[in-house]
Design a protein around this ligand. Sequence first.
Ligand code: ATP
Ligand code: MG
Length: 319
Amino acid sequence: MIKGFPKIKRAMLLEPAINSHFSDIATVCVEEKMNGFNVRAISLDGKITAITRGGYICPYSTEKARYLLNINFFNDHPDLVLHGEMVGPDNPYVPKNIYDIDSLDFYVFDIRHKGSGEPLPVNERRKMAEEYGFTQVRLFGEFTKKEAPEKIHTIIKELGKIEHEGVVIKDPAMNIPPIKYTCSQSNCADLRHAFRFYNDVGRDYLFSRVVREGFQAFEWGENEEDLKKRCLQLGESILNPMIDSITEIEKGERVSDEVQIRVRSLDTLSEFKEYLRRQGIETMFEEPEKIGDEFLVKMKKLSKSTNDKTLSMFKGELW
Ligand code: ATP
Ligand code: MG
């Protein structure tokens, strides 16, 4: 049995959250939170298989994982599950160009036992990942609880400048569940993307990202100038993409989320099409483009609800 990956709760105020959540331990490990999609990799009948968050076997992630991961790990440790973030531009779920990744890479952030879902301690997991040559998330360090909030503040400022997402704060022994904390720039990047498809994205997703900004600005005691900058950035992230969408739809265009994948085999492409269709995700695929020994396939995920809602406004319907 492969357990689902547990939900990681969020710190809104670093200092009280760290003190209260990790009250029984002295130090915490701070790792980078990579922005991609969560994959559980296992070996099934001797072949690497990739499972996404909802518990589906994703044919695209599976093809990639087979090229990226060392099969010896699964042969040597049949009772372990490799947890990682699939990150990069050739990404059908969360495409990002902010990392120095050519296509898609697998960043290990957890190794857990099958069945129980029990995680390995941070250092043991990192050593094992290194042994098998896996790419892994960056470890910023192990800090005392007293110094952690200030250290994380500095790390978050630096990560924000390069639009990286944030950090996950972990018990070195992994007995206490980890917590996460993100950069304002990453929250705003999420909002920019989400408000382009304002009627397709859940309201909790949008609202929680606005609330985070309030707590972060408070905890960091920002001066008037920094606060102005934050307000402007937040407002622009919400309004600009929405206005762009409305403008495009008025012109007769349709807004859609444009993503791409790069596959070695066209069979993977057919399986991936079927996989999306079964999940009810309406997608228009372009013709595959041969690049070296791979195929680049661009696709548009249709945002039906945003298009319909906006069109209805132009017809004078009321909200
Ligand atoms: P959740 O996973 O908490 O239910 P979510 O799907 O919105 O919510 P995120 O807000 O992205 O997820 O945060 C948790 C996810 O972060 C994990 O599921 C994992 O895929 C990803 N992640 C990236 N880097 C790390 C890391 N270093 N340690 C743990 N998880 C990480
Ligand atoms: Mg994520």
